[in-house]
Design a protein around this ligand. Structure first.
Ligand SMILES: Nc1nc2c(ncn2[C@@H]2O[C@H](COP(=O)(O)OP(=O)(O)O)[C@@H](O)[C@H]2O)c(=O)[nH]1
Ligand SMILES: [Mg+2]
Length: 328
């Protein structure tokens, strides 16, 4: 399962929270008759609480660092489609350093407060104010790194929940060729929809059991359903990420061309996908065989050698063939 990554407060909000916590803790302190002691201990408390909180927040991203670094290559590439992971990791380091700077300042200002003499009670507030100013400026300088980290977190939270332990085939083909229908038929359940960390694309995921083995089938509407040259950079990166996910492509063809795309176009799309996802195995399915004429089926077989016939009510061996190309 994926870890829930937390967003960091933006720099202004972060110091606001730190100051509020400090004020609250200082108010809780017991009564103190001695004016100097009282002023000193409150100032020290405020400095301590605010700095410690600030540092604790700044170290949080480092805890998620191993998670981000060890992401499955599919996720890494998917996040990488919209966020520069190479910039996120230095940002995390930068935040950790800011936290440490705050701790160093804390020690410095606490000793300033400790050094106050009788008659200097009024200076305690000034010391705290000065410390707060320094903390604000550290936070401000870290603002960019906070934003960079939060952006990565947002993308990581949107990652589709797929399983990497299962043999996986990806369904492709022009719209209306019958991909969703086939997914539903094979997996006998409504596909689970998983969002993508960009645009409106969603993955549709189904599972089938073959000889006690689970197989994951993933439909990628909006990605593998039109020519490569029509896709933007982000989409191309997402397609590249699919390489890490599936060993095989189930390419759905509509030989009746009722989907609105001639066979030639459908064949070109397959060529396109093969070029982009080098090395994946491909199983071509001639769908809608129940309504296709003999002529249409023959044309389909000619355009796609070794294709499997599939259609509503047709005794098909699609499951068997998918399992076979996945080596199951
Ligand atoms: N006759 C027939 N129609 C089909 C078959 N598979 C899908 N369809 C129809 O084709 C249309 C598009 O199907 P859909 O699964 O949504 O295609 P997708 O866009 O590739 O996911 C729908 O109206 C389906 O009912 C099939 O095997 N036989
Ligand atoms: Mg569909």
């Amino acid at each position: 399962m994926r870890l829930e990554l937390a967003l960091l407060p933006e720099s202004g909000e972060l110091v606001e929270i730190a100051f509020r916590k400090a004020r609250k803790e200082a108010r809780k302190m017991g009564k103190q008759r001695n004016r100097l002691k009282k002023a000193k201990s409150r100032a020290i408390k405020k400095i301590e609480i605010s700095a410690n909180y600030f540092n604790e927040v700044m170290q949080r991203p480092a805890t998620s660092f191993p998670y981000l670094k060890k992401l499955h290559p599919f996720y890494k590439e998917l996040i990488g489609a919209t966020v520069d992971l190479d910039k996120t990791l230095p940002a995390i380091k930068r935040l950790g350093t800011s936290g440490k700077i705050a701790l160093r300042l804390k020690r410095q200002y606490i000793s300033k407060a400790k050094g106050l003499q009788k008659g200097e009670e009024g200076k305690a507030t000034a010391i705290v104010r000065e410390f707060y100013g320094r903390l604000s400026s550290i936070a401000k300088k870290a603002g960019k790194a906070i934003k960079a980290y939060n952006q990565t977190v947002k993308k990581a939270r949107e990652l589709p929940n797929v399983r990497f332990d299962l043999a996986t085939a990806i369904i492709a083909g022009y719209p209306n060729t019958g991909k969703t229908t086939i997914l539903g038929r094979l997996t006998k359940s409504r596909a689970k929809v998983a969002s993508y960390p960009f645009t409106t694309q969603k993955l549709e995921i189904g599972y089938l059991t073959h000889n006690y083995d689970s197989i994951q089938l993933i439909d990628t509407p909006g990605l593998l359903d039109r020519p490569l040259k029509k896709r933007n950079k982000v989409e191309r990166k997402a397609i590249a990420a699919l390489r890490h996910l599936g060993k095989a492509i189930v390419f759905v063809v509509d030989p009746t061309e009722r989907c609105g795309f001639p066979l030639e176009k459908q064949a070109n799309l397959l060529k396109d996908i093969k070029k982009e996802l080098k090395g994946v195995k491909v199983l071509v399915v001639l769908n809608k065989a129940d309504i296709a004429s003999e002529e249409e089926i023959n044309a389909g077989k000619k355009a796609f050698l070794k294709a499997v016939l599939e259609g509503q009510g047709i005794e098909s061996c699609l499951e068997e063939k998918i399992a076979k190309i996945l080596g199951k």
